[in-house]
Design a protein around this ligand. Structure first.
Ligand code: PMP
Length: 292
C-alpha cells in the first residue's frame, strides 16, 4: 500500500495524488517548498519551517490557501495518517494550474501537497570520516535574480552545482556568491571553526537561512562558543581547523577535505563532533515542535 498524501484539502492514496501537467510548479518551477523532519512523534521546528514557507510565498506573491495553523495541522495529520512518528516531510505549494504562458495571473489558485515519508539517512560512516567538498564554477543565484532566501521549487542552480561535484567525483559542492565569498553547499549551510570560534556566512551572503543552521548556532552559544556570521573566502576554509555542513536531512555532518586540501587534521574536529552530538540529542529529546 502506498502513502496517504495531502492534496488541496483532501487526504488521498498516493496513486490518486495527481497534479495537472498545466501546473506552473511543474512548467516553471513556480512555487515554494519545505523539507521537514519528525523525531519521536514531534515535527521538529514546524513553526520555523512554516514561517520560511509563508515568507517565501509572500515574496513570490503566492497566496497559500491554508492558514499557517491549518498547514501545521496538515503536516501533523499527514504523519498521523501514515502512522509515522519519525518522518521526512515534503510540503509543497505551487502557483497552481495555468495556461502555457508563464504569467502567474493565469493561475487561479495555488496547489498544496504534503508527503510524509521515511527518510533515507546518509551512511553513519560519513559522520565518522567526514565529507569531501569542492568549489564549483556555478555561482549561487544573486538575490536580485532568484533570491536564495526563498526556498523555491527552482533548484536548477543547486542541481548544476551538484552535477559539477558529481563530475569531479566529490560528494558535495561549495557554491560561492557572485563576489566570490562562500555561500553554502547544494542543500546545506556551511560552518567552520578556527581557534575555538565558530564561523558561518551571514544571510546577506545569499543563502537559505537554514532551520538547522539557526539551531546549531543556538546550541554552540549554549556551549559558550563564540559564533561569528561573517563573509569568508575559500582560503578561510583551506586554513580552518574544522568544517561541517548543516541541513534538515543531513543534520550536522563533518567536512574534512576541500578542493584537495585537508581541513585541519583531516579528521572531524572536536567542536564539530560535540555540536553533531548536541544536535542529535536536541532534535530527539527537546520536543521542540508540534506533536503528531
Ligand atoms: N541551503 C539550501 C540550498 C537548502 O536546500 C537547505 C535545505 N533546506 C539548507 C540550506 C538547509 O536548510 P535547513 O536546515 O532548513 O534544512
Amino acid at each position: 500500500m502506498g502513502l496517504i498524501i495531502y492534496l488541496d484539502g483532501q487526504y488521498v492514496e498516493e496513486e490518486q495524488a495527481k497534479v495537472s501537467v498545466f501546473d506552473h510548479g511543474l512548467l516553471y518551477g513556480d512555487g515554494v517548498f519545505e523539507g521537514i523532519r519528525a523525531y519521536n512523534g514531534v515535527v521538529f521546528k514546524l513553526k520555523e519551517h512554516l514561517k520560511r514557507l509563508y515568507q517565501g510565498a509572500h515574496t513570490m506573491g503566492l497566496k497559500i490557501n491554508e492558514t499557517p495553523e491549518e498547514m501545521a495541522q496538515v503536516v501533523t495529520e499527514t504523519c498521523r495518517r501514515n502512522d509515522l512518528t519519525d518522518a521526512y516531510i515534503r510540503l509543497v505549494v505551487t502557483r497552481g494550474k495555468g495556461d502555457l504562458g508563464l504569467d502567474p495571473r493565469k493561475c487561479a489558485k495555488t496547489t498544496t501537497f504534503c508527503i510524509s515519508a521515511t527518510i533515507k539517512l546518509y551512511p553513519e560512516e560519513l559522520y565518522q570520516t567526514g565529507l569531501e567538498l569542492i568549489t564549483v564554477a556555478t555561482r549561487r543565484n544573486i538575490a536580485e535574480a532568484c533570491n536564495p532566501r526563498v526556498k523555491s521549487l527552482n533548484y536548477l542552480n543547486n542541481i548544476y552545482a551538484k552535477m559539477e561535484a558529481n563530475l569531479a567525483g566529490v560528494p558535495e559542492a561549495v557554491l560561492l556568491n557572485n563576489e566570490g565569498y562562500v555561500a553554502e553547499a547544494t542543500g546545506d549551510n556551511i560552518f567552520f571553526v578556527r581557534d575555538g570560534v565558530l564561523y558561518t556566512p551571514p544571510i546577506s551572503a545569499g543563502l537559505l537561512e537554514g532551520v538547522t543552521r539557526n539551531c546549531v548556532i543556538d546550541l554552540a552559544k549554549k556551549r559558550g562558543i563564540e559564533v561569528r556570521e561573517v563573509l569568508f573566502t575559500r582560503m578561510d576554509l583551506y586554513t580552518a581547523d574544522e568544517c561541517f555542513l548543516t541541513g534538515t536531512a543531513a543534520e550536522a555532518i563533518p567536512a574534512v577535505k576541500y578542493d584537495g586540501r585537508m581541513i585541519g587534521t583531516g579528521q572531524p574536529g572536536e567542536i564539530t563532533k560535540m555540536l553533531i552530538q548536541d544536535y542529535r540529542d536536541y532534535v530527539r529529546n527537546a520536543g521542540d515542535g508540534e506533536k503528531i
